[in-house]
Design a protein around this ligand. Structure first.
Ligand code: NI
Ligand code: MN
Length: 233
């Protein structure tokens, strides 16, 4: 894997910190404080310029409000989720919907489909959060990263390949709440990325899928098992 000037750090579960060649910091699915996989040194981010939220479940937006209020990033999400974040006092919302692309600092972000649910647990209320999504991020170097969010495999991953041809796919493999290795292998065949970084596994005992199980099913694709907190570049 060669990310050509982009620095990507997995913070455990679906949370990634990505530094662009221009020095901007992207945080995808801000869940650091309560995330048992997140290294202690990453639990209090000091710079976030762009925050991407895939859906309203607590293991994805658990720290979105606090980090957004503290650091003031552009916050990207589907309109219903952004509406809820706005009610909680988050400013600088950059809402969008599936199929749309927007330029933020030195990246282009496209929102794509995900096959998952999206309710927001707010105290004892369950709020409609729109739909779950994924993102394709295009960097100034031309590199494209697809973060699938929480999802099952779906046939239109073929459209994501045909329209955006992501080089690197960040795919959930933990099973139970998302794809397991069997479904993720099918997703790899639809997406045909050069490299896959597995996520959303190992956080809890239920999330039993492993990178090794996925790699066995897709011998032609590089499966890179990152360690939380270690930066790939
Ligand atoms: Ni979820
Ligand atoms: Mn999840």
């Amino acid at each position: 894997m060669n990310l050509n000037g982009i620095k990507l750090t997995w913070l455990g579960h679906a949370t990634f910190r990505i530094e662009t060649p221009g020095g901007k910091m992207i945080l995808v699915d801000p869940w650091v404080m309560g995330n048992p996989m997140c290294p202690a040194s990453e639990r209090d981010p000091q710079q976030v310029d762009i925050m991407l939220c895939t859906h309203g479940h607590g293991d994805h937006i658990g720290d979105a409000v606090e980090i957004a209020k503290k650091l003031g990033p552009a916050v990207v999400g589907i309109p219903e989720l952004c509406g809820w974040l706005g009610k909680k006092g988050v400013k600088n919302l950059a809402e969008m919907n599936k199929g749309g692309t927007q330029t933020l600092d030195d990246i282009k972000v496209t929102m794509v489909h995900a096959d998952h649910s999206c309710g927001i647990q707010d105290g004892d209320q369950l709020i409609y959060g729109g739909e779950a999504c994924g993102y394709v991020i295009e960097f100034s170097t031309g590199l494209k990263i697809y973060h699938a969010g929480d999802t099952n495999v779906f046939g239109d991953m073929r459209i994501i390949r045909e329209l955006y041809t992501p080089d690197l796919a960040l795919l959930p493999i933990g099973d139970h709440y998302t794809m397991g290795p069997r479904e993720a292998a099918y997703a790899c065949n639809l997406l045909q990325p050069k490299t896959v970084i597995p996520m959303h596994f190992g956080t809890f005992p239920l999330l039993v899928g492993t990178p090794g199980a996925l790699q066995k099913l897709v011998p032609g694709i590089e499966v890179v098992a990152l360690k939380p907190g270690v930066t790939a570049s």
